[in-house]
Design a protein around this ligand. Structure first.
Ligand code: HPA
Ligand code: ZN
Length: 320
């Protein structure tokens, strides 16, 4: 583990649901889990690709039913993130994944937001909330949920795009991103995790995103690398996630050093830390061990996270 003062910009709150908490919430809500015990659940954290992870991720979040459940997972993440050195966190949540289970938008949004509201005082971590839309569901549904979030004046700073990437290109979500832009929201999207470089181009040119989540496959396209480097588009890279979802074979094969060498604005994030073997300090620690990153390189990664955060200049200076 390596604690560096940093901002975490790529984090799914539903992916912080630790196995122990899954059992605790199941008991609290009277839900029968399809696992015999903790060991049985833990045995299932072997993934072959993004979809194999998403199947378990969506299934486990069924234990989240009440506002208190959402507040509790959020507080648990913030406590752990603070211990990892995180001083600012921009947290994605997947409203549609809860709506389809019959959990009201107010329940999930207000639960997460209530924990975030106390975060600076309780943990010293400033926060922002990002509503991520599921790209493997209809864009019309995403637009409707965005309208509902705006109507309820949800405390979101931006929108994102996640879930199964291949076959669900950014081009399908132009209207959603146009509406978000008109509403003054920040815009990010997962692209180039399993999907091709073309999806990164589309996210930039058609959705107008300000950051790319993952983006590791950009290295297959020199013109794209030049564009991303010239514009210093932030790429929120998640090394342990890429290993566990088999986007790369081992951490040694991870393109992060190559991305830094090409002048890309890369930062380090945990994605779904309860599923991928560690929080941001674990990511930094394993990167240092694997690549022998220098103190300067580590400081660059941490500084990149702060300069890529959606915060006012005053908070940015306090974080640097
Ligand atoms: N990729 C895409 N969608 C996701 C992820 C991810 O790593 N985690 C949660 N939703
Ligand atoms: Zn992600």
């Amino acid at each position: 583990m390596l604690q560096l003062p940093s901002a975490e910009l790529h984090l799914h709150i539903e992916g912080t649901l630790e196995p122990e908490l899954i059992f605790e919430l199941a008991e609290r809500n009277g839900i029968a889990l399809p696992y015999a015990d903790l060991a049985d659940l833990r045995d299932r954290y072997e993934f072959t690709d993004l979809q194999s992870f998403l199947d378990l991720y969506y299934s486990n979040m069924d234990v989240l039913r009440t506002e208190a459940d959402f507040a509790d997972i959020t507080r648990a993440y913030l406590r752990r993130a603070a211990a990892a050195g995180v001083r600012h966190a921009e947290i994605m949540m997947d409203p549609q994944a809860h709506l389809v289970r019959g959990v009201a938008l107010e329940t999930c949004v207000n639960g997460v937001a209530s924990a975030l509201a106390g975060s600076e005082a309780e943990f010293g971590v400033s926060t922002g909330l990002i509503a991520a839309f599921l790209r493997d569901r209809p864009a019309g549904e995403a637009l409707q949920v965005l309208e509902e979030l705006l109507a309820m004046d949800a405390p979101i700073i931006g929108i994102g795009l996640d879930s199964a990437e291949v076959g669900h290109p950014p081009s399908g979500f132009v209207a959603v991103y146009e509406r978000a832009r008109a509403a003054g929201l920040r815009r990010i999207a997962h692209a180039g995790e399993e999907g091709p470089p073309e999806y990164v181009w589309e996210a930039l040119d058609l959705l107008g995103v300000e950051r790319i989540d993952h983006g590791i496959r950009c290295l297959e396209d020199d013109a794209l690398v030049e564009r991303l480097a010239a514009e210093q588009v932030p790429l929120t890279v998640c090394p342990l996630s890429n290993v566990r979802l088999r986007a790369v074979d081992t951490l040694k094969d991870h393109p992060l050093p190559a991305m830094l060498a090409r002048g890309l604005n890369v930062c380090v994030n945990s994605d779904d830390p309860a599923y991928f073997g560690g929080y941001v300090d674990d990511n930094f620690g394993q990167l240092r061990e694997t690549f022998g990153l220098s103190a300067d390189e580590l400081a660059t990664l941490a500084a990149n996270s702060v300069r890529s955060a959606f915060v006012a200049q005053q908070r940015r200076e306090a974080l640097l």
